[in-house]
Design a protein around this ligand. Sequence first.
Ligand code: HSE
Length: 372
Amino acid sequence: MRVGFVGWRGMVGSVLRARMTEEGDWSAIDPVFFSTSQVGAPAPEVGRPCPPLADAHDLDALAQLPVLVSCQGSDWTRQVHGPLRARGWRGHFIDASSALRLKDDAVLLLDPINGPAIDAALDAGTLDLVGANCTVSLMLMAVGGLFARGWVSWVSAMTYQAASGAGAAQMRELVAQMRDLGEAAAPLLDDPAADALAIEGRVSARLRDPRHPTAALGHPLAGSLLPWIDAPMADGQSREEWKAMAEGNKLLGLNPPVPMDGLCVRTGSLRCHAQGLTLGLNRDLPLDVLEAAIADSTPWTRVIPNQPEPSLRQLSPAAVSGSLDIAVGRIRKLKTDPRHLGAFTVGDQLLWGAAEPLRRALQILRKRGLGA
Ligand code: HSE
């Protein structure tokens, strides 16, 4: 299968290449790597000979390929996708960005949850295959089993989103902020007699110091949090919050739509998004039945017992980072109503939230003999 890769050098693209190497995917793929800035430079090492980097703005070169995979971002997609289609290119376009997500003729990619819908779309000739928003994908990987049974009336997701979702520079800056705060506190930390409030005073002063690094994130994140993600929308929602209902319902093919809303917050984890979920169910079911339905969401969904030690050990970004596991725990009936279910979930934003659905889309196309 001949595949063009654009945006393979960034964080999502790097995770995608690493996963393809881990799974031995390159043996069945003849890649052409594109670049917006280093045309003619050697391609990355994938264990097979590849031509030098092609020009990611050269429509003739792009149109020669039956499959394109982009982790480049919405701007590039908006620049090239329309012109490629306008000149009659009928290849499959697999995109990580949000640019095409809500187009009627684009299918969202999360095959453990919507595999039949992806198959039906490909049968019908759909050519644009788009990864969904990471928060939406991770939520559905966690509790898709409840939606599949038709038990969910509404859901509210309160998110704790990793710096990686904002970008590589932001993730790097989070660690630089941690170092800067650590350095500000170091003399007192090293003095066993120094009290905690004195240390806090140093750190809080540094958070507000103009020398504290905030060029990428805009504000302190380490030692703080950012209660707004992406652009403002109508009714006080942020765009990240708006995506839950728009993309969640599209991905699940729900009509009438299930209301989904919550507050999205950036926290100081590196690459795992966590979400505190409240699910409004349309019936009062025993907890063990609900837990079994959640565990059945996907083969990667892991139910963590609602006890302190397993929750603290297994249900955190520290535990889940770098793994395909989707941890779901703190599952309990809330006191507000017997049909209100609480749960907490953690998933790697760069894996199931971004790269893995794209990798699996290539496998789906390959199994169908497409892209030859
Ligand atoms: N919008 C997400 C975030 C990134 O800001 O965390 C991936 O969809």
